[in-house]
Design a protein. Structure first.
Length: 677
């Protein structure tokens, strides 16, 4: 039967103080009382929507996370405490935060008031109803999850993160049969039954792990036993080879050390000569640039009226780069041009100095400087050539020494590996052989005992699981109906939930067990009538995945509450992916979430949803302002936490505040009133 003691937490008041991300009006932070129904947190990207929802989440679960990330396991019962929690600190403007958060939650008829430091999620105070609880007790967090009627902190944590909170970083539940099985165990079995089933699963997994570890050891010892029995036949050969290796290894080690020293020395010489060569090449390059500059100045003073183009032609010839006019690279062009220039003869028409209109005597000095630069370059070229020969020779010596060193090291490694193999092949005494044989027989018997024990536990587990199976089968029609209703408000395609039990593993060496689970069946463009079963989350689009999973969670809550005689309210906290929703379904989705809150059968339900300010106007749909309702502005404000007012401005808000405020007013104004205005 369903657990009649489950009480879902519903947020009634949230206070955030001294936190840089939410300074609030006049530095007062956030203090909001939540009305029954839908509360919307509108904002823009980067303004803190996700952070605010995580504050609510962490007020409930504290500094605890699943032991293996978001992965849900049938045999996992542990949570890990986060010793260095900095999620909220790194979102504050300072390196550390003094922020504090206070939450008032109702758990059925009981009230929890919890206060935490946002720096590390440590408890400041904890009150249930009017009773202030001592924080010095060993596990004060236990007081929170026990209010929910769960059988363990792990179960409470799983319900909160996998059913009640639909945040950005989430694992789809509807496509995870293990998650379904765990949620159904918590909700549709009594607390004692749920805890017993979980404990049996854990015991099965522990014993299975022990048996597998023992089996791994058994395999190693059996292999060792075969080796021990085979050693006696090759004892003489092993002894001779071992003696050879013992004699050879020291010689190889000595040779390796000498070669390593020689290689290190050659590498040092190689690096030094490379550096010298690089320095000479740099000096040669600088001298070449200086010569080019001198050529340029020389022709400027020699022929001041010479055009830049002609000057470049002569400089190219002087630099032995060939003729830019005909492309000739004939040797001697540079020397011939220099001889004509020194005589004052025109290098183009060969006119003597006396026939020229302008002659410049200062060019003689430039010619001498150029000669010195040419001589310097010739000398540097010779030095570079000689240095290159030395470097090449060093490189060849270094490569030969390194190759020999690697060969010797390879021989040493091979000898050491062979020595290790031979040690394993050395003859063993009769006593050691007997002890190994006895250990193998003992381990085989112990493994059989563990397997028999697990077989008995599995029978017990299956019997307990049948209670859950019957409970889910009794409620499967309700589950399918609620899911179809919710999914139909989100999607155009017809989406159904079919009862489809699946075989799941409790351990690697354990027979699989059948669990009551559901699968999604949805129509498409190619299957408009019957639809196909979507077993994986990538069988649907990203937008469809979000809302199918949300519809499943809502259907689970509705199914549970309608299956109990106790009036139970619930809260869903949603990061609304409205950008993934077709615009024609925005109003339907908003209406469906409002109706879920207004449904009297489950009790006073609550939805807290974030939404971006955009043209889809999910905000108005969630508040029912697109349906002709005309509540007063004060009544609307009670259902809104406006991050434009309480969050620290980011660059986008600073630049576009007027546009955002206009979008906010339009989103929170009833449709009829907007039309009239």
């Amino acid at each position: 039967m369903p657990n009649p003691n489950i009480r879902f937490p519903i947020l009634r008041r949230l206070v955030v103080k001294d936190y840089g991300l939410f300074p609030g009006k006049n530095g007062e932070g956030i203090d909001h009382k939540f009305e029954r129904g839908v509360t919307v947190i509108p904002g823009v990207n980067g303004l803190g929507k996700t952070t605010l929802l995580n504050i609510i989440y962490r007020l409930l679960v504290g500094p605890f996370d699943p032991y293996k990330g978001n992965e849900i396991q049938l045999t996992q019962r542990r949570l890990k405490e986060l010793k260095y929690f900095n999620y909220f600190s790194k979102r504050d403007k300072s390196a550390w935060t003094d922020g504090k958060a206070y939450g008032e939650f109702s758990f059925g008829n009981q009230k929890l008031v919890v206060a935490r430091r946002l720096s590390d999620l440590s408890l400041i105070s904890l009150r249930i109803d009017e009773n202030e609880l001592l924080l010095q007790v060993e596990m004060p967090e236990d007081q929170i999850w026990q209010l929910a009627g769960c059988s363990s902190q792990y179960d409470f944590h799983l319900l909160v993160r996998s059913v009640l909170f639909f945040l950005e970083e989430k694992t789809p539940v509807v496509w995870d049969p293990i998650a379904q099985a765990e949620i159904f165990r918590i909700l549709f079995l009594t607390g004692d039954e749920a805890l017993e089933l979980a404990n049996i699963a854990r015991d099965i997994q522990v014993i299975d792990s022990q048996a597998r570890n023992m089996y791994d050891q058994l395999r190693r010892y059996k292999t060792q036993l075969l080796s021990m029995r085979a050693r006696s036949s090759s004892a003489t050969e092993v002894t001779d080879r071992t003696r050879y290796i013992e004699d050879r290894l020291p010689l190889v080690e000595q040779r390796s050390e000498l070669l390593r020293e020689a290689t290190d020395e050659l590498e040092g010489i190689r690096n030094t000569n490379r550096a010298k060569l690089d320095a000479l090449k740099l000096e040669l390059e600088e001298a070449s640039r200086e010569l080019e500059f001198r050529h340029h100045q020389y022709f400027v003073t020699l022929f001041p009226k010479l055009s830049e183009t002609a000057r470049n032609v002569f400089i190219n010839l002087m630099g032995e780069s060939g003729c830019l006019v005909c492309g000739s690279r004939r040797s001697g062009l540079s020397a011939e041009l220099r001889r004509l220039a020194e005589q004052g003869t025109c290098p183009v028409c060969h006119s003597p100095k006396e026939d020229q209109e302008v002659t410049v005597t200062s060019a003689q000095f430039g010619s001498k400087v150029i000669k010195r630069e040419i001589a310097k370059i010739d000398k540097l070229k010779t030095q570079v050539s000689r240095s290159q020969i030395v470097v090449d020779s060093n490189e060849e010596k270094y490569r030969k020494a390194l190759t020999e060193l690697l060969n010797v090291m390879s021989e040493r490694d091979a000898l050491e590996a062979e020595a290790e193999t031979l040690r394993a092949m050395s003859p063993v005494g009769a006593g050691e052989l007997t002890r190994t044989e006895e250990y193998v027989r003992f381990t085989e018997k112990e493994i059989q005992k563990l397997r028999r024990k697990n077989k008995a536990l599995l029978i017990k587990y299956t019997k307990k699981l049948s209670v859950l199976d019957r409970a889910i089968r009794r409620n499967r029609n309700n589950m399918a109906a609620f899911f179809a209703e919710y999914a139909g408000n989100f999607l155009a395609e017809k989406c159904n939930l079919t009862f489809r039990p699946q075989q799941l593993e409790l351990g690697q060496a354990i027979d699989k067990v059948e669990y009551p689970t559901f699968a999604v069946q949805m129509t498409s463009a190619v299957t408009p009538s019957g639809g196909t079963t979507r077993m994986q989350d990538d069988d649907v689009s990203e937008s469809q995945k979000e809302f199918i999973d949300l519809a499943f969670r809502m259907a689970v809550l509705k199914t549970y509450t309608t299956s109990t005689k106790v009036t139970v309210g619930a809260m869903i906290v949603v990061e609304t992916p409205e950008s993934s929703l077709d615009s024609v379904f925005v109003n339907n989705a908003g209406k469906m979430l409002r109706n879920w809150c207004a449904d009297p059968k489950p009790g006073a339900n609550s939805v807290i949803a974030t939404s971006n300010l955009n043209r889809e106007n999910m905000i108005g749909a969630l508040l029912g302002l697109n349906q002709g309702r005309r509540p007063k502005e004060a009544a609307i404000r009670k259902h809104i936490i406006n991050l434009l007012e309480v969050a620290a401005e980011n660059a986008s808000v600073r630049q576009h505040r007027k546009e955002y405020e206009s979008q906010f007013r339009e989103s929170t104004t009833p449709k009829a009133r907007r039309a009239r205005d």
